[in-house]
Design a protein around this ligand. Structure first.
Ligand code: ARG
Length: 397
């Protein structure tokens, strides 16, 4: 049977070397390179040409920026997704979408296999393999970089042997993954836990020390948990995120330096620049605090960690995420209103909150005039509230 393969193509050294490797070492007869535009800012036509020059039979580019933000970014904001408390899953959220595109492209081009350039040490292989397996288990998955044991230099030498032009771009001493939700930097110098990143590592954020001396105030409007406006101006999700990335980034907000617990069991040090996502999650958390009853809020905070881990682990298409979204969805009904954040030299604080659906009621809490809270009920309430503890004390004597 002829082997027709769709390769997830990024234009980088590894996925480019995958093209000759698939053909010469893994028996691929027909290779379709598929590049997804998730807002990484690459020009797509040169990317397509590069894949063809490297020996792909066909090359397609798909612009999924808008879909990425709507279908993946927004649910993550609604879930206040922060893996291990810090990482808003900017890279992780892209993989189930790339997996979906591999499956769709395979169907359109009559392919029986898909391929990616992930190594066997990372999370991305887990996410892509799980996604493809869950969406179409008939597709064979070929992962050249999991099979070859090339060093960086050997990968480049292998490509050159197969007529691929040497990579002219200056190699950085670390690896970068970029999309509209954020930027990840890992490996190389970053592996040394005592090395404090120098400014050239960062590109979406200004150093907090160099950020403006005057704070910025920004108001984000939400409708049912979806961010819809910035400073009163209604914006489409993709535009809104782009705007907040530059605003927060220019104030030094959005840098994360974390020791991360990978799915495959290793700890790895990772740097992220996620200004827009961190800002939106912060504002969304605050609006939820204003609009949700305490019991729902507290339960949701527990489940958010579970949601984040499931998505980090590559189970976007699994039943757990779907079930958790079934919890999240109705909680967003009243998450409508505006939160103003103050950005100053890498810090973010809440400056104002408002919502027509707020559960904060001044007439209940005020010590001023017009209070409707019935204080006479408090004594009986406290009596019953403490009852089980008093019984416990009694029987424990
Ligand atoms: N460690 C991060 C994650 O698992 C980032 C992965 C970035 N991917 C890459 N191929 N550089 O989500």
């Amino acid at each position: 049977m002829t082997k027709r393969v769709v390769l997830a193509y990024s234009g980088g050294v590894d996925t480019t070397a995958c093209i000759p490797y698939l053909r010469h070492e893994m028996g691929a007869d027909h290779i379709v390179a598929m590049a997804a535009d998730l807002g990484q800012g690459d020009e797509l036509e040169p990317l397509r040409r590069k894949a063809l020059e490297a020996g792909a039979d066909d090359a397609v580019v798909v612009d999924v920026k808008d879909r990425f933000v709507r279908e993946f970014g927004i649910p993550a904001i609604q879930a206040n997704a922060l893996y291990d408390g810090h990482y808003p899953l900017s890279s992780a959220l892209g993989r189930p979408l790339i997996g979906e595109l591999l499956v769709e492209t395979a169907r359109l081009h009559g392919c029986n296999a898909v391929s990616h350039g992930c190594t066997g040490k990372g999370n991305d292989q887990v996410r892509l393999d799980l996604t493809v397996g869950l969406l179409n288990s008939d597709l064979e998955i070929l992962a050249p970089a999991r099979e070859w044991s090339f060093s960086r230099a050997e990968t480049i030498a292998y490509s050159e042997k197969h007529g691929i032009a040497p990579h002219v771009t200056q190699e950085k001493p670390w690896a970068i993954d970029l999309n509209i939700l954020g930027r990840n930097v890992e490996a190389g110098l970053i592996e040394d836990l005592t090395w404090e990143p120098t400014e050239e590592v960062w590109s979406l954020t200004t150093a907090p020390e160099a950020a403006p001396d005057t704070p910025a105030h920004v108001t984000v409007g939400f409708a049912h948990g979806v961010p819809v406006s910035v400073d009163g101006e209604e914006l489409a999700p993709l535009v809104l995120l782009g705007r907040l990335n530059s605003l927060a980034g220019s104030h030094g907000v959005g840098r994360v330096d974390m020791l991360e617990n990978r799915v495959v069991g290793v700890k790895s040090r990772e740097l992220y620049e996620v200004p827009g996502m961190l800002l939106l999650i912060r504002a969304h958390q605050e609006l939820e605090n204003l609009t949700l009853p305490a019991d729902v809020l507290h339960q949701k905070r527990q489940l958010e960690a579970v949601w984040s881990k499931a998505v980090y682990d590559g189970l976007w298409h699994g039943p757990l995420r779907e079930a958790l979204d079934g919890f999240v969805r109705p909680t967003q009904r009243n998450v409508t209103g505006e939160i103003t954040l103050k950005l100053y030299k890498g810090g973010m604080s809440v400056a104002a909150r408002s919502s027509a659906r707020a559960m904060y009621r001044q007439e209940l809490v005020t010590y001023g005039d017009g209070c409707t809270f019935d204080q006479s009920s408090a004594e009986g309430f406290i009596d019953l509230f403490g009852l089980p503890s008093r019984v416990w004390n009694h029987v424990s004597r």
